[in-house]
Design a binder for this molecule. Structure first.
Ligand code: TTP
Ligand code: MG
Ligand code: MG
Length: 439
């Protein structure tokens, strides 16, 4: 814990839904739910208008529809979220070089290098408001909630206190009094299982936790966890803001004593490596969009090939399938002495699963492979362009008809038109400079 409140945490409000409302003017001020829209879909997030009806992240879309039938149910547009995230992180980096992104919509900023002059409450509030204003400008109107405190823990708790569109500064010396009435789950790492164990020991609030001795906590939840809990219950947290915290890629490779020539053996090895990569990704709560294979030939020439998915994955069969298809492009007839699989472009949300309505793929051994196919249906919310009407988004589709609302962030609410689903005048739209298309 620092002597001054110099750690800032910023988190955008209803992020995906806010981006949708920005780009779809007719949805501003209305309930919007983003997530999987099919039968097995899960809610990714909901606008605050939809939250009033009890719609929440991770709820089944079926239940969300029952609670708020008049909401707009949209699939995600990751290119828009990524781009918005980049703009936000740039605003933060202009304040301090020490920015640690936690996910697309969230980051810690170390204010120590920000040359604030002092760390009085007025100065800090002014800085927080400036940042919120900067984010709003850079994103075309998105609101963010900010917390400022003496540690990461306190800053993160603070940013959540007055959500949405809030700013809370917790001054040094007031941390424990803020935390004491809160439920133990406010402490990072206290999930449902730990909370339950503590509950059985009669520990509900941080104040309860503070009275428990270190020995007893270790007995209750183990050494590593117990020590952490004991410190955090006292607001003791010295974790630094680490700008390059994230690993850029996760990979596994093997070198072989004898050159491999059997293609099915190579495919089998890649499949196994893909499984190990997926396991590591999962262990760290990561997922990535780019799958790469590395192949060293008998003459030590090293080749790599990669492919990029529209959204991140940590799914072993998907990684394996793509790795095997990449291998098929290479001439390995002279023999291979090294093989490897890697995943990069990491994110800490596993979006793909949230947006897939299909049954999970079965692990196949060495099966024929196909590159990822383009989405062929008109998914609600997706960007489209019509030869005469210009840009718009899919409002709904079915029975061979697709309905489009023609509007963008720059227009007012626009008109609605319907077309045959196979109309040659209508095409999906992607921003020209995007890196999101499969390669
Ligand atoms: P959050 O910051 O947790 O949520 P939020 O920004 O939607 O709402 P708020 O911060 O105002 O409470 O997550 C950021 C984005 O990450 C969210 O808009 C969608 C995505 N996300 C998922 O895809 N699945 C999830 O379970 C959660 C919690 C978020
Ligand atoms: Mg958020
Ligand atoms: Mg967040």
């Amino acid at each position: 814990m620092r002597a001054q409140a110099s750690v800032l945490h910023l988190d955008l409000d209803a992020f995906f839904a806010a981006v949708e409302q920005r780009d779809k003017p007719s949805l501003r001020g209305k309930p919007v739910v983003v997530g999987g829209v099919g039968g097995r879909g899960v809610v990714s997030t909901a606008s605050y208008e939809a939250r009033r009806y009890g719609v929440r992240s991770a709820m089944s879309t079926r239940e969300a529809r029952a609670r708020c039938p008049h909401a707009a149910f949209l699939t995600g547009r990751f290119h828009a979220y990524r781009e918005t995230s980049r703009a936000v992180m740039a605003v933060l980096r202009a304040v301090s070089p020490l920015v640690e992104p936690l996910s697309l919509d969230e980051a810690f900023v170390d204010l120590a290098p920000a040359e604030l002059g002092d760390h009085d409450e007025t100065t800090l509030r002014a800085m927080g408001e400036r940042l919120r204003e900067g984010v709003k400008e850079a994103t075309g109107g998105l609101t963010a909630s900010v917390g400022i405190g003496t540690s990461k823990f306190i800053a993160k708790v603070a940013s959540d206190l007055d959500k949405p569109d809030g700013l809370v500064v917790v001054m040094p010396g007031t941390e424990t009094e803020l935390l004491r009435p809160m439920h133990v789950t406010v402490i990072p790492g206290v999930g449902p299982a730990t909370a339950e164990r503590l509950r059985r020991a009669g520990i509900h609030t941080v104040a309860d936790l503070e009275t428990v001795s270190l020995d007893e906590l270790v007995r209750l939840v183990g050494r590593a966890h117990g020590t952490g809990l004991h410190a955090l219950a006292r607001a003791e947290d010295d974790r630094a803001v680490e700008p390059e915290r994230e690993t850029k890629s996760v990979s596994v490779e093997g070198t072989y004593d004898t050159d491999l020539t059997d293609r099915s053996l190579m495919s089998g090895l890649l499949t196994r490596q893909a499984g190990q990569v997926a396991e590591r990704l999962r262990k760290h709560g990561l997922s990535g969009r780019t799958i790469t294979i590395k192949v060293r030939l008998h003459d030590f020439t090293t080749l790599s090939r990669s492919t990029t998915l529209p959204s991140p994955t940590d799914h072993a069969p998907t990684i394996a399938r793509l790795a095997r298809s990449l291998l098929e492009e290479l001439d390995t007839s002279g023999g291979v002495r090294l093989l490897g699989v890697g995943v990069s472009g990491l994110a800490d949300w596993i979006q793909e699963e949230l947006f897939t309505d299909e049954e999970p793929e079965q692990e196949q051994d060495v099966a024929p492979v196909e590159p990822p196919t383009q989405r062929s249906t008109w998914a609600p919310g997706m960007d489209v362009e019509h030869t005469e009407m210009g840009r718009g988004w899919v409002w709904g589709s079915g029975r061979g008809v697709v309905t489009v609302r023609f509007e963008t962030a720059q227009t007012g609410p626009g008109p609605v038109r319907s077309y045959p689903a196979d109309s040659p005048d209508l095409a999906p739209w992607r921003p020209p400079e995007t890196d999101g298309a499969p390669v």
